[in-house]
Design a protein around this ligand. Structure first.
Ligand SMILES: [Zn+2]
Length: 60
């Protein structure tokens, strides 16, 4: 049963890390690093997948 994950259905796109802070490499005037917060496009930042019914419909 490969895709039968336990109760909290973690998004398989981001493994639950729905928001990632990406360092751009530049620095702000105050010396802190500039980061971009990116939400997972699959789960829209929730970290969980769609309800099981949706997975059943796709045949996975
Ligand atoms: Zn996700």
């Amino acid at each position: 049963m490969p895709r039968n994950t336990p109760s909290p259905r973690v998004c398989h796109d981001c493994d639950g890390f729905a928001s990632a802070a990406i360092t751009t490499g530049t620095r702000n005037p105050d010396g802190t690093r500039t980061t971009l917060a990116v939400d997972c496009r699959a789960c829209h930042g929730t970290g969980t997948t769609a309800p099981a019914a949706a997975l059943i419909r796709t045949g996975r």
